[in-house]
Design a protein around this ligand. Structure first.
Ligand code: DAH
Length: 331
């Protein structure tokens, strides 16, 4: 074998290997166990040709190593140029949710009362007959006590029909003065119509202090209505009946849809009914152990969806519960 020719041939093969895989093939061919060089080294008899062949082996090994480094960095260079990260490309779009219109209005109401120094309460939805009716002085034959109007879980427990039981829980737990607002869901066995839904939200306010008058009630409601519907809002009262207030009143708010010009929402009266209110009945105070000779109070309750409908000009209550994203995304 011509050793010099073998070396030349090997070095040429190393130089022309274009990938790490090709180079591996070259290494096996020229330096592997069955390569001409290794077989010749095994059969070598004299010192001189041993030295020569080993020198060739070393040079070939160095050449392979050097070529390996070249090829590796070529691969790296290619990846670095091909796999660039373009930070100017638009990112993946994130779909953010929006707050439900009921929640938005609820927060406006909460903020209005927090600003007045009221405590905001989140009360239970499963109530007892005792708290939902008896303590609020509902008469034994009041129609709300029937299964036709109210969802009963068993003879004693029901889904609250109003947020008014919160008044009782708070007055039992705290001594006056009390300023609280309770917001949450209430349930009634109503058919679904444009204006009624068997589940809806109310907010319930209660103030108990010395020398509270109807003027305090009116001023408080006026403040909240103006926060909800704008500074020009007016509030008026009509007399009404609720078991737990005396006198009982229904507040009207000047129509925010037509500014009292007359429209379908206010039935061309310029005024919109908005919940119930009154001075806390002395019997209710006695039920919770508050002395009606010393303390006075007012209370009110109002639908949150109804307030949201007026704020956004939504004619029906149904969209608040259907949760159609095409509607909700608008808020
Ligand atoms: N609970 C009554 C209802 O759901 C509303 C109401 C009326 C609440 C008078 C009150 C009140 O606190 O004093 O129709």
């Amino acid at each position: 074998m011509d050793a010099a020719a073998l070396e030349r041939e090997g070095l040429a093969a190393v130089a022309s290997a274009a990938t790490p895989e090709e180079l591996d093939g070259v290494r096996v061919e020229y330096l592997g166990r069955k390569s001409t060089l290794k077989l010749a080294l095994r059969d070598v008899r004299d010192r001189e040709s041993g030295l020569e062949l080993n020198a060739i082996r070393e040079r070939l090994e160095e050449a392979v190593e050097a070529r390996e480094d070249e090829l590796r960095s070529a691969v790296l260079d290619r990846r670095l140029t091909e796999e660039v990260l373009d930070v100017t490309l638009p990112g993946e779009e994130r779909h953010l949710g929006t707050l439900h219109p009921t929640t938005l209005t609820r927060r406006v109401i909460e903020d209005a009362f927090l600003g007045l120094g009221y405590e905001v309460i989140d009360d239970r939805e499963v109530e007892t007959v005792h708290y939902n009716f008896d303590q609020l002085a509902f008469g034994p034959a009041h129609p709300s006590r029937s299964h036709r109007d109210t969802f009963f879980l068993d003879p004693e427990r029901l889904l609250r029909t109003e947020t008014s039981p919160s008044q009782i829980h708070v007055m039992e737990a705290k001594k006056p003065p009390i300023y609280m607002v309770s917001l949450g869901r209430v349930y009634r066995r109503d058919e679904i119509t444009a204006t009624r839904f068997p589940i809806f939200h109310q907010f319930e306010g209660l103030a108990v202090d010395r020398n509270i008058t109807l003027a305090d009630l009116k001023g408080t409601l006026l403040h909240v209505m103006r926060t909800l519907f704008g500074e020009h809002r007016q509030v008026r009262f009509r007399t009404h009946y609720f078991p737990f207030t005396e006198p009982s009143l229904e507040p009207d708010v000047s129509c925010p849809i037509c500014e009292m010009e007359g429209c379908r929402t206010c039935k061309y009266t310029g005024w919109i009914e908005l919940g119930g209110a009154g001075m806390v009945d002395p019997r209710v105070f006695s039920n919770v152990g508050i002395d009606p000779e010393e303390w006075t109070g007012f209370a009110f309750g109002c639908g949150i969806e109804r307030a949201a409908q007026l704020r956004h000009g939504i004619p029906e209550i149904r969209p608040f519960w259907e949760n159609d994203l095409r509607v909700l995304r608008q808020f």
